[in-house]
Design a protein around this ligand. Structure first.
Ligand code: AMP
Ligand code: MG
Length: 909
């Protein structure tokens, strides 16, 4: 027998049902017809319904899990007759077979076995002697204990009641029922019957509850029979089409890595939307012709879209599954799950999104009768023990159960069950005045603070969408005002620095302070500050005579040596900027860089003349005897350079394309050096090794930190930066105290197994690559040193942020920390919105350290250095292409390069 589909029992209010019917019509969606359910012919054992089969199966996998224990807690105020309550409960147990059912395997197949009779007792725990606030804690504890205790599906009973007595007139009623015999709707039925029975019995009368037309097992039998009918086939066809293709797994920002096996440990965060916002949601829904469910779902999916950066957002949602009047009054597991898949591509505004969600939801409702378990069976998603198949997040809007008992006042309580079947569930209800509910979350993945923030973001996004439905969803703000203030406080890094100074002038001031101190050590040679300064002056003068001055580029192709240090300083003293060319580079690359930078002068060494490519620059060959500088005065030159002039141009290759020259001004590099020397001062006992190839900007501080501090600079021999054994010997022999190591080099040094010999080291800087927790721990276990993780691109003058490593690590990453002085870090999404704490975004940098741009690449410069929308002073933002997120303490975690979209979306911690 067939009849019109009815939405009377989807758990929606009458208005909402009416609206849905209208929507289906308007969207031209035909809801297949449903059938009538009759009692099963054989009244003995029955098969399991589909959802029961799945729950039974999950229970076999993990019999101790509590995530399918349905919790109910109600505060009961007034004179409760406990004996009467127990009598009512037992009458309900008599009426409903489901409450007397247990599940046993017969010939390997699970079967429902209905007990003839079952008596339920309601144990009482007296807490009346416990004073507050201990009592509330005790109540929570008892609730958790009641809800978490596993059920024995084979023995039953599968429902348990418990009363906590807080006083003569104050009780808390706890009910836990296994989902296999119950659902949210059933709780409503239970309370309705309780009220009717309690009322009748307390008057001494007999209750007049209508007989139940069928029992749950009849439904299960019917469902199994109708498995192959056409109706299901048409539903199935719809869903298979809807959920085609590899389904994305939702990649939410987690606090911890996902365990290989889902544990179902969970907690709840209860919240309530403000009344005005609740009203606005209803008004907007009415105006836009959608249900409240759809509006809330749209906002929730929008939040997930913004958190994950994914466009294909799938959530599950329960439907009451009571589309037949015969089952309306039954207690049992009818709940079914529909899948709501919304496409966020094309930057929809909220109004457009609502239209999409409306169609998605209306269609899903029209096809809600296909048991979700059948769908899973059909789709055969790849088995993954770490996450749920098809969807990982659920959205629920339910009608609140309003429990009543005559003569008593009943108030539902928000008590946790300590478990959750999914990664995240947003469950909401409308209590008439306000919309509220809870986020239930997997506690392996998320911290309570993270979920508290998510609630605030949800609220903020919803409010913004309602205020401005024309605004693109990708541009709606998530951040609350306190969060904005917090993010900006992490960027308040203003500090004084010698903003008018040039690097070589700073060096000259140091020469004045300790002219006779050792400045450079290289193999067997050494120079004092005075000697080094004099040589550099002579080179500077020579260059000046050749027409070199501010904004001239002078290429330097030299090996590590004292002459290299002289060359760097000499070029700066001439007022020019140096372009380091590593003689180890392939000839074509050298040729490209020489050609690209157009340097009119090239400094080199006699040994390298043969290796140079063809070029049009004038050569200055620096030999040890300084033959080329004969006759030049060694006095300091009069300063002609200003802080805004370029000091060096370093070529970076980037991940793709041509190498490009990054122009760093004196002002930018002096800001870095000022920060570095202030934060990490060097003392007279320090010695710094220079071993980074000078074509990398990390070399810049290796040269200048000691040279500006009056401390010896120990230059490693050419090729020494690749030779771990040599480096260890050098550190030990020269009593090096401060060194910079890219993590891969640090690893090489550790592999030598004698890093303990480098006891002179007191400070190690890492940078240039991700530093793993493991490597950090290995170093700290081996040497008693400070370890700092430095992060920054060449375009921001070496370092933009720093982090001092600690032995006790939190989380899975060594952070890159906080911005250095006069530097701001912004972590932004694709639309350049600041992302909240914990959410992945791209690092943008601003501040004094930013490069002027790329040499002779105005369009690339314009693409990478964009106007800074967060500052009024016309400052710029540099787009790094690096992915990162904030920890809640403001430390930034580096999450990899975001060069391609795949990585940007697919990244998982
Ligand atoms: P470069 O411009 O050659 O200095 O390269 C800069 C890039 O190296 C950055 O954009 C990051 O991708 C990477 N990088 C630098 N420092 C770190 C660090 N401490 N941790 C992870 N990656 C880093
Ligand atoms: Mg770097």
């Amino acid at each position: 027998m067939e009849r019109e589909n009815s939405f009377a029992n989807t758990g929606m209010s009458a208005e909402q049902q009416e609206l849905l019917r209208y929507l289906l019509e308007e969207e031209g969606i035909e809801a297949p017809r449903t059938q009538t359910i009759l009692p099963r012919p054989d009244q003995s054992n029955a098969p399991l319904s589909f959802s029961q089969q799945r729950l039974w199966f999950l229970h076999q996998l993990d019999p101790r899990s509590a995530c399918y224990n349905e919790p109910t807690s109600v505060q009961v105020t007034g004179r409760l007759d406990v004996g009467l309550l127990e009598r009512c409960v037992n009458e309900i147990v008599r009426r409903h077979e489901s409450l007397r059912t247990v599940f046993r395997a017969v010939d390997g197949r699970p079967t429902q076995k209905i007990r003839e009779s079952l008596t339920i007792e309601i144990p009482i725990t007296d807490l009346s002697a416990v004073p507050e606030p201990d009592r509330s804690a005790k109540v929570r504890h008892c609730a958790l204990e009641t809800f978490q205790r596993p059920f024995d599906l084979a023995e039953g009973p599968l429902v348990r009641f418990r009363l906590l007595r807080a006083g003569e007139q104050e009780h808390v009623l706890l009910i836990a029922a296994h989902h296999i015999i119950s659902d949210g709707w059933s709780t409503g039925v239970l309370f309705q019957e309780l009220a009717a029975l309690y009322d009748a019995y307390s008057d001494g009368g007999e209750p007049r509850l209508p007989d139940l037309p069928i029992q749950y097992a009849d439904f299960a039998h019917w469902q199994n029979q109708s498995l192959s009918n056409e109706l299901l086939e048409s539903h199935l066809a719809y869903w298979k089409e809807k959920l085609r293709g590899p389904l994305p797994s939702l990649d939410l920002p987690q606090d911890r890595p996902r365990p290989p096996v889902q544990s179902y440990r969970g907690a709840r965060h209860y919240f309530c939307l403000p009344q005005s916002l609740s009203e606005d949601v209803k008004t907007l829904s009415q105006r836009e012709g959608v249900t409240v469910f759809m509006t809330l779902l749209a906002a929730f999916q929008a939040l997930l879209h913004r958190y994950s950066g994914q466009d294909d957002i799938i959530v599950g949602s329960p439907v009451a599954g009571r589309n037949w009047p015969e089952v309306e009054g039954l207690i049992g597991c009818f709940l079914n799950t529909i899948v709501l898949r919304t496409d966020f591509s094309g930057r929809p505004n909220f109004r457009e999104l609502l239209a999409r969600v409306r169609r998605v939801a209306a269609e899903a409702y029209a096809h809600q009768e296909l048991p979700f378990e059948r769908l899973v069976e059909e789709l055969q998603p790849k088995r993954d023990t770490s996450r749920n198949p098809i969807f990982q997040v659920m959205f629920v809007l339910q009608n609140p159960v309003k429990p009543k008992l005559p003569g008593l006042s009943l108030q539902p309580l928000n008590l946790d069950r300590g478990a959750t079947p999914f990664d995240l569930i947003l469950s909401m209800e409308d209590n008439g005045e306000r919309l509220g509910g809870w986020f239930e979350y997997n506690t392996d993945l998320f911290d309570p603070e993270t979920i508290a923030r998510a609630v605030a973001h949800f609220e903020r996004l919803l409010a913004g969408a309602i205020l401005n439905p024309e605004k693109e969803v990708s541009r709606l703000s998530l951040l609350t005002d306190p969060e904005r203030r917090q993010l900006s406080s992490w960027n308040s890094t203003q500090a004084d620095y010698p903003s008018e100074r040039c690097l070589h002038e700073w060096f000259e001031a140091q020469v004045e302070r300790s002219p006779n101190a050792i400045a450079v050590i290289f193999e067997n040679g050494r120079l004092t500050f005075r000697e080094l300064n004099r040589r550099a002056n002579r080179l500077g003068r020579k260059l000046k005579k050749m027409g070199v001055g501010p904004e001239t580029l002078v290429a330097i192709c030299m090996e590590r040596s004292i002459e290299m240090v002289v060359a760097l300083l000499g070029v700066l003293k001439a007022g020019a900027a140096y372009v380091p060319l590593d003689p180890e580079y392939p000839r074509e690359r050298l040729a490209f860089m020489l050609q690209d930078c157009g340097a009119p002068v090239l400094l080199t060494q006699p040994e390298l003349l043969g290796a140079l490519p063809e070029h049009s620059a004038r050569l200055v060959v620096l030999d040890r005897a300084q033959t080329a500088l004969a006759g030049e005065s060694d006095e300091n030159l009069a300063g002609t350079t200003r802080a805004e002039n370029v000091a060096y141009v370093i070529y970076t290759s980037g991940s793709t394309g041509q190498p490009k020259g990054v122009m760093i001004t004196h002002g930018a590099i002096c800001n870095h050096m000022a920060w570095m020397l202030e934060r990490f001062p060097l003392s007279s006992s320090d010695r710094v090794v220079q071993k980074t190839p000078f074509s990398f900007d990390a070399s810049v501080w290796e040269f200048y930190a000691p040279l500006l501090s009056g401390v010896p600079l120990v230059v490693a021999r050419p090729g020494g930066h690749r030779d771990a054994a040599y480096l260890i010997d050098l550190i030990a022999r020269q009593r090096i105290t401060v060194i910079q190591l890219v993590p891969s080099l640090l690893e090489m040094l550790l592999e030598e197994n004698r890093l303990e010999q480098c006891r002179s080291l007191r400070r190690v800087f890492c940078g240039g690559e991700s530093l793993s927790v493991e490597l950090q721990q290995r170093l700290l276990a081996c040497l008693d040193v400070e370890l700092h993780n430095l992060y920054g691109p060449t375009e921001a003058s070496i370092d933009a942020s720093y982090w001092t490593c600690r032995r006790e690590t939190v989380g899975t990453h060594v952070p890159i920390g906080r911005p250095i002085s006069n530097t701001e870090i912004y972590i932004l999404d694709r639309e350049l919105n600041p992302v909240p704490i914990g959410v992945r975004g791209e690092i943008f940098l601003a501040g004094k350290g930013l490069a002027r741009g790329y040499l002779r690449r105005p369009s690339l410069t314009a693409e990478k250095f964009v106007p800074n929308p967060f500052s009024s002073e016309g400052s710029r933002l540099y787009r790094t292409g690096d992915l990162a997120r904030y920890r809640s303490d403001g430390a930034v975690e580096f999450l990899g390069r975001g060069d391609d979209q795949v990585k940007l979306r697919g990244f998982r911690i």
